[in-house]
Design a protein around this ligand. Structure first.
Ligand code: MG
Length: 162
């Protein structure tokens, strides 16, 4: 791994489920239902973790945190992000910046984006200005458009530290 800069990409989707909390980017968002998953189902944080790991050519988060292991049940996905960050550090890289997109028909996420950036910046030890998070709807198209799930895409740049 010798390139001074590398890019990574991640994607995740989780379906809605009644009786769950809705956690995105570490923020507990008030809504009538949450996302189904083995962990806290924070698809934004999962997409970012996969982008970070992928940038260093490492395995996906499913390898580090198998959803068949009860140890990771309902785990805080900020722990996944901290782990991804430590893994690339161990390979000589630091995160430069993150850019991510959440795709959700509802609820409206714009009021929570700043708080997500705050939480992610702490988990990744990055300035808030190095984290981009946008939200869009799927314009009613497909399963996300019908409000059945929330998805997230993320890219990340990592650089070799001295
Ligand atoms: Mg996931």
């Amino acid at each position: 791994m010798s390139a001074p800069f590398r890019i990574g990409y991640g994607y995740d989707i989780h379906p809605f489920e009644e009786g769950r909390r809705l956690i995105l980017g570490g923020v507990d968002i008030p809504f009538e239902k949450g996302l189904k998953g083995h962990s806290d189902a924070d698809c934004l944080s999962h997409a970012i973790a996969d982008a970070i790991l992928g940038a260093a050519g490492l395995s996906d988060i499913g390898t580090y945190f198998p959803n068949t292991d009860s140890k990771w049940k309902d785990m805080d996905s900020q722990d996944i992000l901290r782990k991804a960050s430590r893994e690339i550090n161990a390979h000589g890289y630091l995160v430069g910046n993150i850019d991510a997109m959440i795709i959700a028909e509802e609820p409206k996420l714009s009021p929570y984006l700043a708080q997500m950036k705050e939480i992610l910046s702490k988990s990744l030890s990055l300035p808030v200005t190095s984290i981009g998070i946008k939200a869009t709807t799927n314009e009613g198209v497909g399963d996300i458009g019908r409000g059945l799930a929330i998805a997230a895409h993320a890219t990340c740049l990592i650089y070799k530290h001295a």
